[in-house]
Design a protein around this ligand. Structure first.
Ligand SMILES: Cc1cc2nc3c(=O)[nH]c(=O)nc-3n(C[C@H](O)[C@H](O)[C@H](O)COP(=O)(O)OP(=O)(O)OC[C@H]3O[C@@H](n4cnc5c(N)ncnc54)[C@H](O)[C@@H]3O)c2cc1C
Ligand code: FES
Length: 330
C-alpha cells in the first residue's frame, strides 16, 4: 500500500482497513467517525482495487465513486494500491494504534439495555479520554466501543455497551463472558479531551455517555490544574426515559467531588417522579449555558440525529467548529 503524495509505503493485513494499517504504522491520515459516515477520511484511489468492510459507506456518493474517492476507514486493499491522501503529521507515540489482547473481568448490567464491561488488557495501554477501541469480534466483524474511564484505572478498561438484539456486533459482545479474551485495536478517535483554557460543555446521548464519562473523569482528576478549576463545566446527558440514564449516580459523585461540574440529565419521556429537564438537548443548552457559547469548548457524542442537531445549533450560535469535537453513533 503506497501513499503517493507522501512517498510512504506500508503493509495492510488481511481484513484490515487502510486507516487502521496507517495508524498502526504511525501515519496520521485525517478521520472522524471511523465507520464510513462523515467523509473526513476520503482519499483518491490512483491504482489498485479495494473492497469495503461496510458495504456502501454512506459518505461515498455516486460522484465520489466516479472520481475514485474512497473512504479509507472502511476500505481494505485486494491488490497493491496507490492512494492520493493528505498525511497530517506523525502521531505522538501514545496515540499510535496497537493491537492489544484483553480479558473480560466482569460484566454488570445497569439498565435493561446497557451493560458495563470491564476488560483487563494484557499489557499497559494508553489513550486519551474520549477515544475508542475497535473490538475484533469475528472475521470482518469489528465494532467501535468508547472507553468510559481513564487510562491506568485499576478497574481495567470500562465500556458501556447497548444491546441490539439480533445485530451482529452487539450479539457477539453480549456472548462474551468473564474470562473471554478479545483482541482490541486502539486508541482511535479525534474527539478526545484537550486542555483548551476554556470551560467545557459535554453533551451525551444514549451510549455517548461512555466517552463523556471518561472526559468528565478527566476534568475531575485535573480540577486543580489551571484552566480547569476556575471554570464552570457542564455535562448534558440525554436519554429516552429516566431508566435509560446509565450511571447517573457515578456522574453525581463526580459532581460532588468537583462542584463546578454541573450534571444535567434530560429525558424525552419523563415518569411521574421526574423533576429534571425534558425535551430536546439543544433547547436545554439554550436554557442552561450562562456564557456566550463561543466561550466554551464542546464535546458531543451520541446518535447521529442528536449530534447533527447539536453541531448545527453550535454553528448557528457562532461557535467556531475548531472548538467542537464530536463522534456520532448509537
Ligand atoms: C466512534 C464510535 C464509538 C462507539 N462507542 C460505543 C459505545 O461506547 N457503546 C455502544 O454501545 N456502542 C458504541 N458504538 C456503536 C457500536 O460500534 C455498534 O455500532 C453497535 O454496537 C451496534 O452494532 P451491531 O453490529 O450490533 O449493529 P448493526 O446494526 O449491525 O451495526 C450498527 C452500525 O454499525 C455499522 N456497521 C455495520 N458494519 C460495519 C462495519 N463493518 N464497520 C463499521 N461499522 C459497521 C452499521 O452501519 C450500523 O450503523 C460506537 C460507534 C462508533 C462509530
Ligand atoms: S467516513 Fe471515514 S472517518 Fe468518517
Amino acid at each position: 500500500m503506497t501513499i503517493e503524495t507522501a512517498d510512504l509505503s506500508f503493509t495492510v493485513e488481511d481484513g484490515e482497513t487502510i486507516l487502521g494499517a496507517a495508524r498502526r504504522n504511525g501515519i496520521y491520515l485525517p478521520f472522524e467517525c471511523g465507520w464510513g459516515s462523515c467523509g473526513t477520511c476520503k482519499a483518491t484511489l490512483i491504482s489498485g482495487e479495494i473492497r469495503y468492510l461496510l458495504e456502501n459507506p454512506p459518505a461515498i456518493s455516486e460522484r465520489d465513486r466516479k472520481r475514485g474517492r474512497i473512504a479509507i476507514c472502511q476500505a481494505t486493499p485486494v491488490s497493491d494500491v496507490i492512494l492520493r491522501a493528505s498525511v497530517l503529521e506523525r502521531l505522538p507515540e501514545h496515540l499510535q494504534t496497537r493491537d492489544v489482547c484483553a480479558v473480560v473481568e466482569s460484566i454488570v448490567e445497569v439498565t435493561p439495555d446497557l451493560t458495563h464491561f470491564y476488560l483487563r488488557p494484557e499489557e499497559a495501554v494508553s489513550y486519551e479520554p474520549g477515544q475508542y477501541a475497535i473490538f475484533r469480534l469475528g472475521p470482518e466483524l469489528r465494532r467501535a466501543y468508547s472507553m468510559a474511564n481513564l487510562p491506568g484505572d485499576e478497574a481495567g478498561l470500562e465500556f458501556i455497551i447497548r444491546r441490539y438484539p439480533g445485530k451482529p456486533g452487539s450479539e457477539a459482545v453480549f456472548r462474551l463472558r468473564p474470562g473471554s479474551r478479545v483482541m482490541l485495536e486502539f486508541p482511535y478517535g479525534g474527539a478526545y479531551f484537550r486542555m483548551t483554557g476554556r470551560p467545557n460543555v459535554l453533551v451525551a446521548g444514549g451510549t455517548g455517555i461512555a466517552p463523556m464519562l471518561a472526559i468528565a473523569r478527566a476534568l475531575v482528576a485535573r480540577r486543580a490544574d489551571p484552566g480547569i478549576g476556575e471554570f464552570p463545566h457542564y455535562l448534558f446527558y440525554g436519554a429516552r426515559s429516566p431508566v435509560d440514564l446509565a450511571g447517573l449516580e457515578a456522574l453525581y459523585a463526580l459532581s460532588a467531588r468537583f462542584p463546578q461540574l454541573a450534571v444535567v440529565p434530560v429525558v424525552d419521556v419523563p415518569d411521574a417522579e421526574w423533576r429534571g429537564e425534558t425535551g430536546l438537548v439543544t433547547d436545554v443548552l439554550e436554557r442552561r449555558l450562562s456564557e456566550p457559547w463561543s466561550a466554551y469548548t464542546f464535546y458531543v457524542a451520541g446518535p447521529p440525529v442528536m449530534v447533527n442537531a447539536v453541531v448545527r445549533r453550535l454553528r448557528d450560535r457562532g461557535v467556531p467548529l475548531t472548538q467542537v469535537y464530536y463522534d456520532a453513533f448509537g
